[in-house]
Structures are given as C-alpha cells and as structure tokens.
Design a protein around this ligand. Structure first.
Ligand SMILES: Cc1cc2nc3c(=O)[nH]c(=O)nc-3n(C[C@H](O)[C@H](O)[C@H](O)COP(=O)(O)OP(=O)(O)OC[C@H]3O[C@@H](n4cnc5c(N)ncnc54)[C@H](O)[C@@H]3O)c2cc1C
Length: 463
C-alpha cells in the first residue's frame, strides 16, 4: 500500500488526504494547530463569519428606504443598532472550532491518521514529527505533500502586540468595539476587514500605499468599492505608505513615510503573507524555493525533489483555500495514478468579501488592455436590474469578456451583493468554453440579479 505523509492540515493538506485515502493509500497528516489549518482556524472561516454579521448590519442600516422603521428611535437606523463584538467573536471562534472538529471527524472516518506535531522532511523519504511532549516520531513515506501554509507578514517597525496592534489572526480576541480602527494594507484582506468593521459601526481609516484600493482587482470594481466605502464614511488614504506603527497607552499611531501620522484606538496589519517553509528541511531534501521562500511547483504540484509535492499558500501560486485544495488533490491524483488535469488558474473563480462583493473568473480587463488576450467586453450596471431596484441595490455591475469571432466567454466580473454566488454561471461558461449565446439561452428567474448576467451575454450577440 502506498504511504502518503502530509505536513500541514489546512485545505491543501486535508483535501489531499481525502483523495489519497479514497484511492487506497495509507495516509498520515502531521499538523501543529488542529486540522482545517489557518483557513479554518484564523483566516478564511473566521473572517467570513465576522462578515456575515457585517452584511446583516449593512442591510439593516440601509433598510429605511424599504420602509423599515425603527420606531423607538429617530434618524438613521445605522445609528440605532449596535454590535456586541464579544458575542460576535465568541460565535466566530466556536464556529471555527466546530468546523475543525467536523474535518477531523471526516478524516477519521476515511481512515486518515492525524498526528499532532511539527513535521519536517528528513533523509530517505521520511518525515519526522516533533510531538507536543518533545518526543519524535519518524514516518516513512512513498510520497510527501508539504502544505504548511503561510503566516501574516509583520515588520520590525510595526510589531503586533495582540491588544491594539493586531494581525488578522488576533482580531477575534477583541471584546470591546474599537473607537477608531486603522487598517494598514488595501489588498483583499485589508479591504475585507475595513469594509466589515465599517459596517459594524466602527470609524475606519484604510491606509493604502497604492493609488487605489484592491490594486490587484478589476479597476472598475475597485472604483465602485472605494466609492461605496467612502460614501459610508470610510477614510481612504491612498498613496500613503506606512513606515511604523506604535502604541502609547490606548492610542495607536501609524506614521507614514511622508511624515504624516494617523491615530486611532486599534490597528490591523494586512501586509501580506510569508510562507511557513523555514525549518522544514527543504534544502537538504532538494526542494527548491524562490527568493521569498515559496516552494517551487509545477502544475501537478511536483517540487524539484522526486516524490515530494507541495500545495497551497506555501507555494504562493494563488493564495486561496480553493486553489490550495485543488493543488493538494491534483498532487494525489498524480502520485496515485488517477486521471489528472494540471492546475488551470484561468478557471479559478474568487471573491473579495467586501460590501459590495467583487467576484472574478478567467481573464481580466488588465490582460485585455495589455494585449495578453484579445477580447470584447460588455459591462452592465446592476442599477437597471428589476430585482436590484426592489432590493434597493444601486451599486455594482456585471462584466463579461468574450473572444472575438467565436464568442466564447473567457472571463467575467460581478460586483454586487452575493457576487460570490452570482459568478458561478460565468465560471461554468469559462470552464466549459460556452459562448455568450449559449449563456444567454439559459433561462434565468424573473426577477433576479442573475438576469443581468444573461442580459450582458445577450448584448454580446453578433449577427
Ligand atoms: C484573512 C483571510 C481571509 C481569507 N479568506 C479566504 C476566502 O474567503 N476564500 C479563500 O479561498 N481563501 C481565503 N483566504 C486564503 C486561505 O485562507 C488560504 O489560501 C488557505 O488557508 C491556504 O491553505 P493551506 O492548506 O495552504 O494552508 P493553511 O490553511 O495555512 O494550513 C496550513 C497548516 O499547516 C500547519 N503547519 C505549518 N507548518 C507545519 C509543520 N512544520 N508541521 C505541521 N503543521 C504545520 C499550520 O499550522 C496550518 O494549520 C484568506 C486568507 C486570509 C489571511
């Protein structure tokens, strides 16, 4: 029986474990923190649980237009509802712990052995696990998967203290609502936290070193987000590079490189991630890494060392739970001889869970503008959609990219409430190379937001 040893129990690791067990291998997962990884315990699941509360707050605070009257209070509903952050965070932590237990139970049902400890590669295709009591266990393997994830990047001049200067892993220990929050970093993580805490009624300043928020996303989409966020009261400081973050008593000061300072009661650092690849024995095992420490892999998750695969954030390919899981599955399909398609990043759909959400799949407008691909583009504002009008939704759009000539859909962007759900038909079209006409042919419910996707496809009809 093939023996597979997996280091790291996040989505890259545990999804691979399921596949390997299904294909008849003897599987051991070595994990330090509890299965589910950062995805379940500190990153993806907790942040989206927090955002679920934020979404409800946004809906309630904007419900006056729909005839909701908070009878005992005067003025804007937003000023009359408030969040119990202690309760929210307790729910977040419980939900994450429960999710981790569910994953552990499923692994157990599949016959996967989970070893609590820190793993490292050792000579002769073995993994040595250092257990919590300090003892070591050596695990022999026919294949090894490294899926150790990544951790928040911090700077010497901006050290988290866990109380007021926080990484995204530490925010769930807050039980009092911050008076004023500064979020440093306007990538996906920074934008999501800034948007969520603003919705929870907290004054937020977003410090962005770039000229717009979400510099990696569709420019029209980030423009909508910035417009909505500032309309709701967020202060966005663009082209403002943080130099240091310091704390004195209850006050946190962010000093910018041009000398300006921003003060608040709390600061979240969202400065990107560093891979958990130090002290793993990679070099001795012949596993190549790049300058930033990310493990180099090919499209079937092979590293430079025979029999050693890597998946997820430690490879830095596209730091998403869904991609980590797919890389892990692909590694096992490849090693155990099952049918396998190499990872295709042009089929990955992803979402920024801000308000409004921004979902994308396939080729981007930037790639079209830079001549990487030829495509026609149509953009349809959601404001004209009947369902959107009923729900009081004005911000957002649907954008589709098609190949000229064939009409095949090669990408799309949806900005709006629940864009993460709305992107799926576009994602299927991209994965299956459907044409705009084929997408337009399928019935959509009337009235529905998805009607705008079909309408955008109809506008791309060519005679
Ligand atoms: C705030 C935030 C929100 C996010 N939201 C989303 C989202 O909505 N959707 C999405 O798709 N992605 C999201 N992501 C990204 C997602 O969390 C990661 O892409 C995903 O966690 C990667 O999975 P992984 O298996 O590579 O690593 P991880 O989930 O980090 O798991 C790796 C595990 O390995 C353990 N480990 C490390 N070293 C060792 C060792 N030597 N021995 C044993 N165990 C070890 C770690 O402790 C960890 O438990 C988010 C990220 C952040 C920061």
């Amino acid at each position: 029986m093939d023996r597979v040893v997996i280091i790291g129990g996040g989505p890259g690791g545990y999804e691979a474990a399921h596949v390997a067990a299904q294909l008849g291998a003897e599987v051991t997962v070595v994990d330090t923190d509890g299965v589910g990884g950062s995805a379940v315990l500190t990153d993806c699941v907790p942040s989206k649980t927090l955002i679920a509360t934020a979404e409800l707050m946004t809906e309630v605070s904007e419900s006056a237009e729909l005839g909701i009257d908070f009878a005992d209070h005067e003025g804007d509903a937003a000023t009359t509802i408030k969040v119990d952050l202690g309760k929210v965070n307790a729910r977040v932590k419980q939900l994450a712990a429960d999710q981790s237990s569910d994953i552990a139970a499923r692994l157990d049902r599949d016959g996967v052995r989970v070893v609590r400890g820190r793993g490292r590669l050792a000579a002769g295709m073995t993994v040595v696990a250092t257990l919590p009591d300090g003892s070591e266990e050596t695990l022999e393997a026919d294949a090894i998967l490294v899926a150790t994830g990544a951790a928040p990047r911090t700077l010497e001049s901006a050290q988290p203290d866990g109380e007021r200067i926080l990484t995204w892993e530490q925010v769930y220990d807050l039980d009092e609502v911050p008076d004023k929050l500064i979020v440093v970093g306007s990538g996906v993580t920074g934008a999501e936290f800034a948007s969520a805490y603003l919705a929870l009624g907290i004054p937020v300043t977003l410090v962005s070193s770039r000229d717009r928020v979400l510099p990696g996303e569709d420019a029209d989409a980030s423009a909508v987000l910035e417009e909505v966020a500032t309309r709701r009261g967020m202060e966005v400081l663009s082209q403002s590079r943080m130099q240091s973050v310091t704390r004195e008593g209850d006050t946190v000061t962010v000093t910018l490189t041009d000398g300006r300072t921003v003060t608040g009661s709390h600061c979240i650092l969202a400065l990107g991630s560093v891979p958990n690849t130090a002290d793993l024995g990679l070099e001795d095992a012949g596993v190549a890494t790049d300058d930033a420490g990310f493990i180099t892999v090919d499209r079937v998750s092979r590293t430079s060392a025979r029999g050693v695969y890597a998946a997820g954030d430690c490879t830095g390919i596209l730091m998403l739970a869904s991609v980590a899981a797919m890389q892990g599955r692909i590694a096992m399909w490849h090693f155990l001889g099952d049918a396998v398609s190499p990872l295709d990043l042009k089929k990955v759909s992803s979402n920024v869970f801000t308000s409004p959400e921004i979902a994308t799949v396939g080729w981007s407008q930037k790639a079209v503008e830079e001549g990487e691909i030829r495509a026609e583009v149509v953009t349809l504002p959601l404001a004209g959609n009947a369902r959107a009008k009923m729900q009081g939704v004005r911000d957002g759009f649907v954008k589709l990219f098609i190949r000229p000539g064939t009409g095949i859909i090669v990408g799309g962007v949806v900005v709006g409430p629940r864009a993460s759900e709305l992107i799926h038909p576009v994602s299927i079209a991209v994965a299956e190379s459907l044409t705009a006409d084929q997408l337009a042919q399928a019935f959509t419910v009337y009235p529905s937001m998805s009607g705008s996707i079909a309408e955008a496809a109809r506008r791309l009809h060519r005679v």
